[in-house]
Design a protein around this ligand. Structure first.
Ligand code: ZN
Length: 79
């Protein structure tokens, strides 16, 4: 899923919000999310820099139960 950063959709793009659906938490169906981070670590063996790396990944977590939907997770590092 592509992330829409500009709610207006940018020039020449019209989003009909009546077609937009609320994303819900997979676990509790809550509809609001907070910004948080996954922290990935890469060992020196496979790191491009040859050193252990810590990589924070911004994700959205359910505000009620803290669950991070799979949809947000699989968005990262997609090749
Ligand atoms: Zn939840």
């Amino acid at each position: 899923m592509a992330m829409l950063n500009d709610p207006s959709g940018g020039p020449g793009m019209h989003i009909d919000m009546s077609n937009a659906v609320d994303m819900k938490c997979e676990k509790c169906e809550w509809k609001t999310f907070k910004n948080t981070h996954l922290i990935k670590t890469i060992s020196a063996l496979v790191s491009p820099s040859g050193k252990d790396m810590i990589i924070p990944i911004p994700v959205f977590a359910c505000e009620k139960c803290g669950h991070v939907n799979n949809e947000f997770l699989k968005n990262e590092f997609e090749e």
